[in-house]
Design a protein around this ligand. Structure first.
Ligand SMILES: [Zn+2]
Length: 684
């Protein structure tokens, strides 16, 4: 592994932070923490931690010896000084004299000795850092180290690879007990330069930041070299079907299978992130992939991301796709059964009251294709994929030099169900649409953009489809929540299909369609030329049908219901003069909505329409408002609020109606009016 230390960079960071009042020790601690954090083969998403022992001054001017240690929730790659909260050393060192300290008391002790009470929780490995005498301590879950410690008889191998300069610490769950044992191992031979933690990772330490970092890179390289020199050829590859299905062919099926059924047609859905490369596929194509997956995670803290390990499914045969749904579902059922048994067996061992987490896999390995990370948000799904790549690295190395033999699942259980680990995830409270994907046509227009924003604020990821790709991207950025923009002329079936394919490629599927795009053509119906009427039908009817067809195709593959929402306009039920070219296809679309409600209700797919009127948008521009109000001899304000409530109706009001229809789980074949009240246009 390349040593990235650079004197000039280090000194620049010291100088830059000095201007902000941050001392040299902490600045260098930030520098090497980022070097370690930037390498996924060392640490990933909250795994690993670092510390330095220095001095800090409190609010009344007293100076304290402190441990600045990585705070929970900080990513080492982008850490700042405030991500390394200062804890008073005296109290931490005193804790070593205790014989017992519960996890909760350990957290309380650490928190009550913070210099700044607003700091994040210091790492669960804080005491281990504190009990070692060195000024700088680095800890990673290096994949090369894991290849060596994840062996059945790892202790002699660890000694053979690293010699006497590294101490050996048997597996113990992180916390007080591990800290005490690690300190005893160090005390027995204070000449060691670091510690190898069986089935877990590596600590190195030094008198300065560079020495601790250099040692980390040195010992990780030693492990890499050992694996490279002693590696045996890989296990045989599994036979693949002659013609493989594409990832997009199976993504919705898989996504549906890992959704958690809450009963009565309700689901907690997940987002799927597809990840592949030659290296990933080469590994997953192994004939032993299901066996590897079943053995577990390469280092225990991965369990909060991918539970007890990945799920492997067979390669999908393009000619037998019809059978694949049942294959995937049976594998998910088996995973759930194993997970439930793992929970029940280990939960029964003590009196602690625990609730089983959802038992769904978070990482699916598909020979021939790659892997899917699953999570309640796109971010979580991507983290699962990242973790999957590093799991592969560690298992590949472990199998090259022996047999991958990680921590047993019985030992993993207390960690996965450890209150302190669960706390890392607790901040992610789901929103009403968390885990769902909404595709919105005409998404960059006033109503489309307002709807995307509202749905994203309620947890959905939005796929904003618009004729103008740049505006779609802009609206996606404004909506937030990892939403995306797609440029497409949706009157062209191939472009509509491509937009849905994009949704499947990025998120794994679609749950909500807001079929919103429209445009108005004016003219007295008897004199309207055919070409104009047909053009209007293409956008105001056929594009709705094409969007709904695509959405339903994906929803049926997912098997988790869904909802179709159509923007039909007041014209669908109450024609305006010279507006037939617009209103007639919209009337057809209103009935299209009802037809979908009728034909797909049995599959849990709902279909509703919103008929809005007089909304400032691309259809009713400021210039049109000026001309129409002028023609009627009223002010623009009077024209826009010419309804029973006497108030202007906005794009946000329409977005609220769509959201209501998406959330009202027993509402289908509904038409919601958003026009401020118009008795002539009221539905019977
Ligand atoms: Zn660790």
């Amino acid at each position: 592994m390349k040593n990235l230390w650079n004197d000039a960079d280090a000194e620049k960071m010291v100088a830059d932070y000095a201007k902000k009042g941050v001392g040299r020790d902490l600045a260098l601690r930030v520098y090497t923490t980022r070097l370690l954090g930037g390498e996924p083969r060392l640490v990933l998403h909250g795994g690993g931690n670092t510390s330095c022992k220095t001095k800090a001054t409190d609010l009344v001017g007293d100076e304290w010896d402190v441990l600045c240690v990585k705070g929970s929730g900080w990513d080492m790659a982008v850490i700042e000084p405030q991500g390394l909260p200062a804890v008073k050393m005296g109290a931490l060192l005193k804790a070593r004299t205790l014989t017992k300290l519960s996890d909760e008391d350990m957290v309380a002790l650490q928190r009550s000795n913070l210099i700044d009470p607003a700091s994040p929780n210091p790492s669960v490995e804080t005491l281990l850092h504190a009990f070692l005498p060195h000024k700088f301590v680095d800890h990673t879950h290096s994949t090369a180290i894991l290849a060596i410690v994840d062996q059945e008889d790892s202790k002699p191998l660890i000694k053979a690879v690293f010699g006497d300069k590294m101490g050996y610490v048997p597996y113990i769950k992180p916390g007080f007990d591990l800290a005490k044992v690690a300190a005893e191992v160090f005390d027995a031979d204070p000449t060691v330069e670091g510690l190898i933690l069986d089935k877990h990772g590596i600590f190195t330490f030094g008198d300065d930041a560079k020495q601790a970092y250099d040692r980390m890179i040195h010992y990780v390289t030693m492990a890499e070299d050992y694996v490279a020199k002693n590696g045996k050829p890989q296990a045989a590859k599994a036979a693949l079907p002659p013609k493989l299905a594409k990832p997009s062919d199976i993504a919705p099926t898989l996504r549906g299978a890992v959704a958690v059924a809450r009963g009565e047609g309700r689901f907690d859905r997940m987002i799927s992130d597809f990840r592949t490369s030659d290296s990933i596929v080469d590994f997953i194509n192994s004939a032993k992939i299901a066996d590897y997956a079943g053995r577990g995670v390469s280092t225990p803290d991965l369990s909060i991301r991918i539970k007890t390990g990945p799920m492997a499914v067979p390669a999908p045969d393009a000619d037998k796709l019809g059978d694949y749904k049942a294959v995937v579902r049976s594998h998910v059922e088996a995973f759930v059964k194993d997970y439930t048994a793992y929970f029940e067996t280990n939960d029964a061992l003590d009196d602690v009251k625990r609730t089983m987490l959802d038992p769904m896999p978070r990482l699916t390995l598909v020979p021939g294709l790659g892997m899917f990370g699953h999570g309640r948000t796109l971010k979580d799904a991507k983290i699962a994929s990242d973790v999957g790549e590093m799991w592969i690295e560690a298992v590949r190395g472990a199998e090259a030099i022996g047999n991958f033999h990680p921590l047993s699942k019985a030992d993993l259980f207390p960690l996965e169900y450890w209150s302190l680990e669960q706390a890392k995830l607790a901040s992610n409270k789901p929103k009403p649409l968390t885990g769902q994907v909404v595709l919105i046509t005409g998404g960059a227009g006033a109503i489309g953009a307002a709807t995307a924003k509202l749905f994203a604020a309620n947890g959905a990821h939005a796929v904003i489809v618009d004729l103008d790709a740049a505006k779609a991207a802009e609206a996606a950025k404004a909506a937030g929540n990892s939403s995306i923009g797609v440029g497409a002329d949706i009157t062209k079936p191939a472009e509509m299909r491509a937009a849905f394919d994009k949704a499947v490629a990025v998120y794994g599927g679609v749950d909500i369609l807001v079929s919103n795009a429209g445009a108005a053509w004016e003219g007295r119906i008897g004199e309207l030329d055919d070409a104009t009427l047909r053009k209007s039908f293409e956008l105001n009817f056929f594009a709705h049908q094409s969007a709904a067809q695509n959405a339903v195709r994906i929803m049926l593959e997912q098997g988790t219901g869904g909802v179709l929402l159509f923007n039909t306009s007041k014209q669908a039920i109450n024609p305006g003069p010279k507006f037939g070219g617009y209103g007639i296809p919209k009337a057809a679309t209103l009935f299209l909505s009802r037809q979908y409600a009728l034909d797909y209700g049995a599959y849990g797919i709902r279909s509703n329409a919103v008929n809005a009127d007089r909304i400032r948008s691309g259809l009713l521009t400021d210039a049109m408002i000026a001309s129409r109000s002028g023609a009627r001899g009223v002010s623009e304000k009077e024209y826009m609020s010419g309804n029973l409530l006497g108030q202007e109706v906005t794009a946000d009001d329409v977005a609220q109606a769509f959201l209501h229809q998406a959330l009202a789980e027993r509402t289908t074949a509904d038409v919601t009016t958003v026009d401020g009240g118009n008795i002539a246009a009221a539905l019977r």
